[in-house]
Design a protein around this ligand. Structure first.
Ligand code: C5P
Length: 239
């Protein structure tokens, strides 16, 4: 059964392999998954993934946000299947074919997650990129359109804000996975995240996984911070 800690995805947003390994040792019994992004993967490659997998039960989310012609994306995803990761990301972008290629390349071994619209992108950016006004005036319209495309092409789920998780779940079904960054326990620093939710609200909105970085990484005692967040998640189950 999924325990409270299994909802937590800890991003290994650190510049060195040494630091990444320290966090893996410290947290592998207290989070469900480690997220490896471009910075760490460029530095350490598949080695860091092997290290995480040998360190305990926590799984791996490879966040490389692929975006290329369908053949290239499919072949890259096939190589990802050799790494034993649970999830890998691809931009929803403008091509349905690219998403289909990512899913085909995953060979049913990796859950493909679509990145809908980056939270760093504003309505003005969308307009400047040539999209219709209906999408720039309400970016969530574009998020939902891309989420539906990810669903139709066989993706396992999407990355979205915890504030959108409920609508995604209602429109696209409970088995379509929502991974939600921008999580802040009450009283924690927001940093550069704009649309934040507490762990409890994310769970109530039906989020399947919560990406929680700085509130754990920068805590005096990161393990204790992870345990406290698990407790908050646990209490949201029973509310
Ligand atoms: O909790 P914290 O803000 O530190 O988490 C940052 C992590 O969440 C980074 O790894 C970042 O890539 C990821 N992320 C995000 N917003 C998105 C998608 C992913 O902050 N929309």
């Amino acid at each position: 059964m999924k325990q409270a800690k299994d909802y937590i995805i800890f991003p290994l947003d650190v510049p060195s392999e040494k630091e990444a390994k320290e966090y893996v040792r410290l947290l592998s019994d207290h989070v469900g998954m480690f997220k490896v992004g471009l910075e760490l993967f460029i530095r350490s490659g598949p080695d860091i993934i092997r290290f995480i997998r040998s360190s305990g039960a926590a799984r791996v989310f490879l966040d490389l946000k692929l975006h290329d012609i369908p053949a290239t994306v499919s072949r890259a995803m096939e190589r990802i299947t050799e790494l034993g990761v649970t999830f890998a990301t691809v931009h929803c972008g403008e091509s349905r074919e690219m998403l289909e290629a990512a899913v085909k390349g995953s060979l049913g071994k990796v859950g493909v997650l679509g990145v809908t619209v980056l939270t760093s992108v504003s309505g003005d950016d969308i307009l400047a990129a040539g999209f219709r006004e209906e999408f720039s005036s309400d970016v969530s319209e574009l998020v939902m359109k891309r989420a539906a495309m990810a669903r139709e092409t066989g993706c396992a789920g999407i990355v979205c804000s915890a504030l959108e998780a409920r609508a995604v779940r209602e429109n696209l079904g409970k088995d379509f996975v929502t991974v939600t960054p921008g999580i802040r326990p009450s009283g924690a620093e927001r940093n550069d995240q704009q649309r934040v939710a507490t762990p409890a609200l994310a769970i109530k909105n039906g989020a399947d996984y919560l990406v929680i970085g700085r509130p754990i990484r920068d805590a005096k005692d990161p393990r204790d911070a992870a345990v406290r967040i698990s407790e908050e998640i646990e209490s949201a189950f029973t509310d």
